[in-house]
Write a protein that binds this ligand. Sequence first.
Ligand SMILES: NC(=O)c1ccc[n+]([C@@H]2O[C@H](COP(=O)([O-])OP(=O)(O)OC[C@H]3O[C@@H](n4cnc5c(N)ncnc54)[C@H](OP(=O)(O)O)[C@@H]3O)[C@@H](O)[C@H]2O)c1
Length: 238
Amino acid sequence: MNIVITGATSGIGKQLALDYAAAGHHVVACGRNQEALQQLQQRFEQQIASLCFDVTDKAQTIQQLATLTDVDCVILCAGVCEYLDVERFDSDMFERVYRVNVFGMMHCVEAILPNLKAGSRLVLVGSSARLVPFTRAQVYGSSKAAIDYIARSLEVDLKARGIRVQSVSPGFVETPMTDANDFEMPMRVSVDKASKAIRRGIEKNKTDIAFPTFFALFLKFIARLPASWQVAISKRLA
Ligand SMILES: NC(=O)c1ccc[n+]([C@@H]2O[C@H](COP(=O)([O-])OP(=O)(O)OC[C@H]3O[C@@H](n4cnc5c(N)ncnc54)[C@H](OP(=O)(O)O)[C@@H]3O)[C@@H](O)[C@H]2O)c1
């Protein structure tokens, strides 16, 4: 397969790039960190090519990605996380996070969608945080809720073109993103496990790739409860 991965310079995206390359696939690794991209290419000279761009720069993103024509799978993994302190409510945080997680991802979709052929896959990486109203997650959780909605409605409209759209909702994964967290992260899994779960979900054509299984089922159960119960449970978890 020819696979394009954004956010390939770190964490989940990097592990996916390495694992797909090790399995003999061709990967176009994308990110801003040129040095990290070079290191990836050095590890798999035949398998990995790279593109260096910032997804928040629409012109640059379109210029870079629109050149890719023979693509089987696009995994849009670039993302950032910030937590809000409601006592110092900061609307700029919404702009910063949405610029990468939502608008940046949509720049990538706009660039690559015209060239996707029947049978190809578009994979949007969101988060399990979208499922429940977690404390301080107003910015990050809502950006990821948007991603899941966009993925599901794109799946409706792209079915006719034979393009499969898949939404990924990881729980906590050991990456630089969560290393920065100062709270307990239940059922946090290794980046290897995350990569395996995502690759298996993609291969199985799952619309909703959520892991680890028990964590995802627990959150999905809470998400089905009345809103007032969800808030009460979330307060207890906080
Ligand atoms: N780790 C978790 O527990 C967890 C849980 C649920 C969902 N997720 C989601 O999984 C994805 C990957 O997270 P991670 O934990 O692997 O994070 P990470 O290690 O911090 O990696 C984030 C990646 O996003 C890229 N990126 C950030 N801003 C960018 C920009 N403006 N333009 C281009 N690339 C940009 C970074 O590349 P450069 O630095 O090279 O720009 C980096 O490769 C994110 O979407 C995250 O929300 C993670």
